[in-house]
Design a protein around this ligand. Sequence first.
Ligand SMILES: [Fe+2]
Length: 311
Amino acid sequence: MTQRLVSHLRYAALAVPNFEQERDFFVRHWGLTEVESADGLSYLAAEGSDEPFILRLRKDDKRIDLAGFGVRNRADVDALAAKLHADHVQFVHEPQALTGYSGGYGFRVFDGDGRVLEFATGYQQRQARKIREREPIPAKLSHMVFNSANLNDTVRWYVDHLDFTISDSLITPTGEDMMHFMRCNPNHHSIAIARGPHHALHHLSFEMRGIEEWMRGSGKILRSGARMVWGPGRHNAGDNTFAYFLDPAGNTIEYTTELAMVDDDSWVANRHDISHLSTQDQWGTAAEMSELVARESFNDIDKGLFVAPPV
Ligand SMILES: [Fe+2]
């Protein structure tokens, strides 16, 4: 069993101009719990997760501020930092005591496209609770997906520097790569990279307790007035269910459940042709994936590339 230095995806941090509206949506409708707020900054937790927060919102021009990853201990943080230095990866800051909410010890770097990644350990955890039957709120953050204008270079970056592994890929009928699902632990994917016209957030996915809670959650979001971009359905790659919505800032966000767990040593990556109807919608309940639907998740050009967020 492979053990990587990066243990899991912890949180996404996003900057949005309509901060108050976005925060209100995630707390009142999406079902996250605000655990800390400061001037133009909000930390949101999922009740079913022991991560101190899974989403951080900040008031600014729209950008991805950070993708936060967990590392098991200080020795692994130092080992990962040493490896990334040896690989000539560009650092935002060295391993140090983190001063943001929940603290910890970690460092930040730029990925190949200029997104900022944080790797941390020793932060203060939160007491998770069991999500009740039929309770339509996220249990945890499932995965984060980036659009990249350099799909395969970006994927290579995560494989070479962070030891992620491709679990499955989506391809066009002519064999062109469209999307790669990548794992750092038995979860089928914690991140994915999609071919996009520019670098941006493709979507953020939140895991629900089960099908009943996922369905109830989806109805709750529809009733809030948010638009369902695509779904409900069950993907082939990852075998997870999907319902995609647009948040008030125009980011695509997903309720999902039942993401596949894979055995690291025996799993063989598949290349799924997106023109096969069952590839992306096993049940046949979602609208057919079209160029129009795909465009919804291109998102605005990320304004934060190779610029570290102020916090
Ligand atoms: Fe997803």
